[in-house]
Ligand binder design. Structure first.
Ligand SMILES: Nc1ncnc2c1ncn2[C@@H]1O[C@H](COP(=O)(O)OP(=O)(O)OP(=O)(O)O)[C@@H](O)[C@H]1O
Ligand SMILES: [Mg+2]
Length: 231
C-alpha cells in the first residue's frame, strides 16, 4: 500500500534520514519506533510532502508520489495527524468533523460523524462544545476523527499517545484496532512501546536517521529494545 525506499532527507546541511526504507502492507498497522530525534517525524513528514526528500522513492497505492504537495496527497488518500493537535478551536466538535468531509472512495466505506462518535465515544458528549473547550485527549481524538472524515486509505499518526491519560490511551488503541478491522492501513510513530506493541503488526526501529531493525512486532526481542529503545 505504501512503500518507502532509499529515503534521504536534510534540514539545510544536516542529514536527518539515511537510506530509510520499509513497506506498509494494506490493512496493517506499522509502528515507527526510536528515541527522540531518531527521525520518526521526519519520515512521516517526508511521506506527506511536508519536507522534501533529497533522494528516495515513496510509492503510495502504486503511484510514485515524491514531489507531490500535501493537499494532493490528502486527495489521493493519505491522512496525516501531526504531533501537535490540529483542530478549529472556534468551531464545535460537530463542525470540526463536517469541515473535514471529503467525497467517499470506492475502496473503503465512507466515514460519517455518527460512525466516528461510535469509534470515539468521548466525543459524543462534547459534540456541541467548541474545539477550544474540550480536553487535550478529546482534541487528540477529534484530530484523528477529522482526518478520517477525509476518507483516507492510509492514516499517518505522529505519536498519537503522547500526553494522553492511560485510560484514554487504551481507548485510542482500541479505536486503532477497530480502524484496522475496517480495512484502513496505518503508519504511526510512537515512543510508547507498550501502546505500539498492543496495536502494531510490524515495527520499524530508527536510530539517528537509519533503519536499525524491522520485523513482526511479536519478534521484537528485549536485547533490541534495550539497544535501540530504552532511554
Ligand atoms: N525543522 C527542523 N530543522 C532542523 N532540524 C530538524 C528539524 N526537525 C527535526 N530536525 C532534526 O532531525 C532529526 C530527526 O528529528 P525528528 O523530529 O524526525 O525525530 P523524532 O524521531 O520524531 O523525535 P521525537 O521522538 O523527539 O519526536 C533530529 O536530529 C532533529 O533535531
Ligand atoms: Mg517526532
Amino acid at each position: 500500500m505504501l512503500s518507502v525506499s532509499g529515503l534521504e532527507t536534510f534540514y539545510g546541511p544536516a542529514q536527518a534520514l539515511f537510506d530509510v526504507g520499509f513497506d506498509v502492507p494494506r490493512g496493517r498497522v506499522v509502528a515507527l519506533l526510536g528515541r527522540n530525534g531518531a527521525g520518526k517525524s521526519t519520515t512521516l513528514k517526508s511521506i506527506m510532502g511536508l519536507v522534501s526528500p533529497a533522494r528516495g522513492r515513496i510509492v503510495f497505492a502504486g503511484q510514485d508520489v515524491v514531489g507531490l504537495r500535501p493537499h494532493q496527497l490528502y486527495r489521493l488518500g493519505l491522512g496525516y495527524v501531526p504531533e501537535e493537535r490540529r483542530i478549529f478551536t472556534g468551531l464545535t466538535v460537530e463542525e470540526n468533523l463536517t469541515v473535514g468531509q471529503q467525497p467517499p472512495r470506492p475502496e473503503l466505506p465512507p466515514w460519517t460523524a455518527e460512525k466516528l462518535y461510535a469509534l470515539f465515544p468521548n466525543l459524543t458528549d462534547v459534540r456541541r462544545r467548541l474545539g477550544g473547550q474540550i480536553s487535550g485527549g478529546e482534541q487528540q481524538m477529534l484530530t484523528i476523527a477529522r482526518t478520517l472524515m477525509g476518507n483516507p486509505l492510509v492514516l499517518l499518526l505522529d505519536e498519537p499517545s503522547t500526553g494522553l491519560a492511560p485510560r484514554i490511551t487504551a481507548q485510542l488503541a482500541q479505536a486503532i484496532l477497530d480502524l484496522r478491522e475496517s480495512g484502513l492501513t496505518v503508519l504511526l510513530s510512537e515512543q510508547n512501546l507498550r501502546f505500539a506493541a498492543a496495536i502494531a503488526d510490524h515495527a520499524v526501529i530508527l536510530e539517528t536517521g537509519r533503519v536499525r531493525w524491522s520485523g513482526a512486532m511479536t519478534t521484537l526481542d528485549s536485547a533490541t529494545k534495550e539497544a535501540l529503545l530504552t532511554v
